[in-house]
Ligand binder design. Structure first.
Ligand code: M6R
Length: 364
């Protein structure tokens, strides 16, 4: 049941801290504070490249997975949606890693992509929430997201569980490839262990998110912007808003704005920026300044340091707790999911069963 929550989505949003903790416990040894992967049927150190594929939110998790595998393990990674990958006839490296991501393990396109990648000689590793699914049966190895059943059609906790697994995989791969020092591993693992507590703090931001939701709910179109690890978060925020509030939302890499989408911006098109402090903050802030100069209403998800830089630009700020740049995107994805939920409440839509959507897309 809904345990007293109004919707499964609200219940599942509140399960983020628990689910992240449970998922990490499978892969982090609390005594040594190191990532311990279950034994893999292939050598992570010998993988020449990875091909990540998935659909919908799981695809966005894959984009963040690429970011971590590239930065921490220096592994070349391709990411594509399964419906494209399966027909793309992409050249694959011998002995490469196929990394499939799916909550249900039954998504038709992802399953077909899995089979194509296997036929192409790839080691098949799947990140799944249902360990007895069709995809599990066809994989060499499954890394389980311990999210429990996800009932709401819009994915929430399964997404952050996927991110938790992918972050651990990037650490393990970095260690195997010799790109990650023991000290750096300790920093990253500590950041992961801090996540459940920080995720729980996000529920204190509800009033701020409701304030932002009131601005978004009035719009017909909304633009989400983020750079680097926050671009996939922008994509996740925009998809969730579309799915449950039926408001048209598009996500762009912040640097792409001036290559077209800026033409859309006026007072009626709010811009939701995911822009915490960090290496790319200054770049994103100047893109936001440009949007502001065109009369755009700017909303920013940031942290305390970022808020100081955005105060004159943004009309509304949601200030998340400080977090290591490695894990901050996970917290921000919860925050943008919470925003979509609050907007849907204002719109009065059927949050758990949005029109035209199915929980598991088992036909092409
Ligand atoms: O079960 P899967 O993870 O393979 O499902 C993939 C997508 O269908 C799914 O993430 C979909 O985009 C959600 N409705 C997103 O909220």
């Amino acid at each position: 049941g809904k345990d007293g929550y109004r919707h499964y989505m609200d219940k599942e949003l509140h399960e983020h801290p628990l689910v992240i903790g449970q998922t990490l416990r499978r892969m982090i040894d609390p005594a040594t504070r190191r990532v311990v992967m279950p034994p893999l049927p292939f050598d992570l150190a010998a993988i020449p490249r990875a091909t990540i594929t998935a659909c919908g939110s799981a695809f966005y998790a894959g984009l963040l997975g690429r970011h971590w595998l590239e930065s921490e393990a220096r592994l070349p990674v391709d990411v594509d949606v399964a419906s494209e990958l399966r027909y793309r006839d992409a050249p694959l490296s011998a002995g490469g890693l196929a990394l499939l991501i799916s909550q249900s393990g039954e998504t038709a396109d992802t399953l077909a992509a899995l089979r194509a990648l296997r036929a192409g000689g790839q080691h098949v590793l799947s990140v799944l929430n249902v360990p007895e699914s069709s995809m599990a049966r066809d994989s060499d190895m499954v890394l389980e997201t311990v999210a429990g059943p996800e009932i709401c059609v819009a994915s929430t906790k399964a997404f952050t569980a996927q991110l938790s697994v992918l972050a651990c995989l990037a650490i393990a791969t970095g260690r195997a490839r010799g790109t990650l020092s023991a000290e750096r591993e300790q920093v990253l693992v500590q950041a992961l262990l801090d996540l459940p507590g920080k995720a729980a703090e996000l529920f204190d931001l509800r009033a701020d998110i409701q304030h932002v939701a009131a601005i978004v709910a009035d719009a017909r179109d909304v633009l989400y912007l983020g750079r680097g690890a926050y671009f996939p978060v922008a994509l996740e925020g925009a998809l969730k808003l579309k799915e449950i509030s039926y408001i048209h939302a598009e996500a762009y890499a912040a640097g792409e704005m001036k290559h077209g989408p800026i033409a859309l911006i006026d007072r009626s098109v709010p811009v939701v920026a995911i822009a915490p402090s960090g290496r790319l903050f200054g770049k994103t802030a100047s893109n936001l300044q440009e949007a502001r100069a065109r009369g755009g209403r700017l909303i920013a998800f940031t942290d305390a340091e970022g808020a100081a830089g955005l105060r004159g630009i943004a009309e509304a700020l949601v200030v998340l707790p400080e977090a290591d740049p490695f894990t901050a995107p996970i917290l921000h994805s919860i925050a943008v999911q919470m925003l979509a939920y609050e907007v849907a409440l204002l719109k009065g839509t059927d949050v758990d069963q949005p029109r035209n959507l199915a929980k598991s897309v088992t036909v092409e």
